[in-house]
Design a protein around this ligand. Structure first.
Ligand SMILES: O=P(O)(O)OC[C@H]1O[C@H](O[C@H]2O[C@H](CO)[C@@H](O)[C@H](O)[C@H]2O)[C@H](O)[C@@H](O)[C@@H]1O
Length: 281
């Protein structure tokens, strides 16, 4: 593994030593699943299920922490089956959907979700008109229950449309007391307060973890990176993995290990798993 700094390499060694109490959080799109034009066809990398099962056997817990609805990511990732195998080894898989607003675990086996935020239904009903105003009437609207996302990837000029849409959506979201979460060719509108950083803190506290790893690729993962940095500040070993792309590199400077896309993330996780196993022997 190539580390960005000596400090990063030291964190890795400490994480390996604390493996029995280690929680590994991983983003889905762009980290476990390659980015594709159609979000409904974003399937997990074919090697990922086995990598997750092998890793889970060596650590306290593995969590997929995603902006997607939990049910959707369970289907796109084949994560119920992955959870079964992880359960067979006496470990637990967590799926924290909608930035931690939803929760599924391989032990509990059901999605726990709050009610949609007030204002979302009205905001969503006004969206088509807003998109037309921004000359982006063909942008794809993804209704996620607790949030709504506007995708520009399949438009003729995705970047220009994104730039036109972002201020308009931000203004309207504020007017409806909602938050905006920008991402890779996507602008998402959702409730205040919940983000991947809060999910990481909550999971670490719930499981009494003594070490943490997080891997991500996009703006929505910044809060999770900050959470790991905060935990490191309190003395907990923590490792940050960045799935880098030409499209979005916001995490690269903060990461201990920067790799190319989901393939690189899986390679890093295989190495981590092998090093933990070797350290035990
Ligand atoms: O937190 P994540 O698991 O990374 O989810 C973030 C968003 O991912 C999805 O959109 C992204 O992936 C699509 C498929 O590769 C791609 O077409 C799109 O441009 C990306 O932004 C998903 O559709 C969103 O709901 C998630 O919030």
């Amino acid at each position: 593994m190539d580390f960005s700094s000596v400090a990063g390499e030291q964190q890795y060694a400490a994480v390996v030593r604390a493996a029995s109490d280690l929680v590994v959080g991983l983003d889905f799109d762009g980290t476990l699943a390659p980015i594709v034009d159609d979000p409904e066809n974003a399937h997990i990398h074919p090697d990922a299920p086995q990598v997750l099962v092998d890793l889970a056997e060596q650590v306290r817990a593995v969590a997929v922490v995603t902006g997607r609805p939990a049910r959707q990511v369970l289907a796109l990732g084949g994560l119920e089956e992955v959870g079964n195998e992880i359960g067979d080894h006496g470990r637990e898989l967590f799926v924290l959907g909608q930035y931690g607003n939803e929760r599924w675990t391989s032990v509990e086996r059901r999605v726990i979700s709050p009610k949609p935020p007030r204002g979302l239904a009205t905001f969503t009903s006004g969206l088509p008109r807003l998109l037309r105003r921004a000359d982006a009437g063909d942008a794809w609207i993804e209704e996620k229950g607790l949030a709504v996302a506007v995708h520009t990837r399949r438009l003729e000029d995705p970047e220009a449309a994104y730039e036109r849409l972002l201020p308009l959506l931000t203004e309207q979201a504020r007017a409806h007391d909602l938050d905006v979460e920008p991402g890779r060719s996507v602008i998402e509108v959702r409730a205040h307060g919940m983000h991947k950083g809060a999910s990481v803190h909550r999971l670490v506290a719930e499981l009494g973890a003594r070490a943490v790893v997080f891997g991500g690729d996009d703006l929505g993962d910044v809060e999770a990176f900050k959470a790991v940095e905060e935990l490191r500040g309190q003395g907990m070993p923590g490792l940050l993995l960045c799935s880098a792309s030409e499209e979005e590199n916001v995490l690269a400077d903060r990461a201990d290990v920067v790799v190319a896309g989901p393939g690189g993330i899986l390679e890093a996780l295989r190495e981590l798993t092998a090093d933990i196993r070797d350290a035990r022997v």
